[in-house]
Design a protein around this ligand. Structure first.
Ligand SMILES: Nc1ncnc2c1ncn2[C@@H]1O[C@H](COP(=O)(O)OP(=O)(O)O)[C@@H](O)[C@H]1O
Ligand SMILES: [Mg+2]
Length: 256
């Protein structure tokens, strides 16, 4: 077996709010292999964002082990974590998180400027990343001159520009209409076909259906972890949508 890109064991996260403690993760185990496309699902408050933030090195577990590409991250200091985050992780948020005063090209260049790794080729690499997401003709537009779907594409180009080991997306279609969501999912599928490892949080079965594996969280624990084709909840959803489509088609037949 090759080293997984992500390996976490018995990860716990406890938030302290005043005198209160919130136990957001209660012992999560997860392995993600190279070139997987995984969806994380679960009710609001089940710990999805907490898990993504830990995987993205934006936050650290209270307890447990996290290895990214075979490197233990839970003992790193914040400077080391920032570096790993910059070089290994591409993060996409529901709210895009772009700099409003900078052009698409500048937004995508930023991680390269911070990393110094690709500093000299930054302009060209950022342009190439925008080309991959289909925005070569919008490089000089600022976020307020772009549609929601285009903004999310800029954010995806920014996430890809450092050639991260893994692309993490926390409800990337949560602010988009369904047609635009489909376009963004098609883009993720293309990137996956090109070899990108992707982990995406969604609460829509429709979107999760494009991933090859579904991990479900409940109350900070992994409830199930199955290939999409064997996930009972998902297969039930597929069957019911098919039946609904057939009913609609036959009703059309009657009224036509
Ligand atoms: N920064 C925080 N401080 C305190 N509690 C938090 C914080 N972030 C999340 N929580 C709590 O942790 C639990 C899990 O939240 P979250 O990971 O955001 O869930 P999800 O993304 O699945 O909706 C919730 O009960 C939430 O209120
Ligand atoms: Mg969330």
């Amino acid at each position: 077996m090759t080293t997984p890109i992500i390996r976490i064991r018995e990860v716990h996260k406890v938030y302290r709010v005043g005198a209160e403690k919130v136990h957001a993760l209660r012992g999560v185990d997860l392995d993600i292999q190279r070139n997987e496309f995984v969806a994380i699902m679960g009710a609001s408050g089940s710990g999805k964002s907490t898990l993504m933030n830990i995987l993205g090195c934006l936050d650290q577990p209270t307890k447990g082990v996290y290895e990214l590409n075979g490197k233990l991250t839970h003992s790193m200091d914040s400077a080391q974590l920032a570096r790993v985050r910059n070089e290994e992780i591409g993060f996409v948020f529901q709210s895009f998180e772009l700099l409003n005063r900078a052009t698409a090209h500048k937004n995508v260049m930023l991680p390269l400027v911070y990393s110094r790794r690709h500093f000299w080729g930054a302009r060209r690499r950022a342009a190439e990343s925008l080309r991959r997401v289909g925005l070569s003709d919008r490089m000089d537009h600022r976020p307020n001159q772009l549609s929601g779907g285009q903004r999310q594409r800029v954010a995806i180009a920014r996430a890809l520009v450092n050639e991260p080991s893994i692309l993490l997306a926390d409800e990337p279609t949560g602010n988009l209409d369904s047609k635009t969501s489909d376009d963004i999912i098609a883009l993720f599928k293309k990137l996956h076909a090109e070899g990108q490892t992707i982990l995406i949080v969604t609460h829509e079965e429709d979107i999760a259906g494009h991933a090859a594996r579904i991990v479900r969280l409940r109350d900070g624990r992994v409830l199930s972890d199955n290939p999409t084709s064997q996930d009972p909840i998902h297969q039930d959803y597929v069957r019911r949508s098919l039946e609904a489509a057939q009913r609609a088609a036959s009703t059309e037949g009657v009224t036509a």
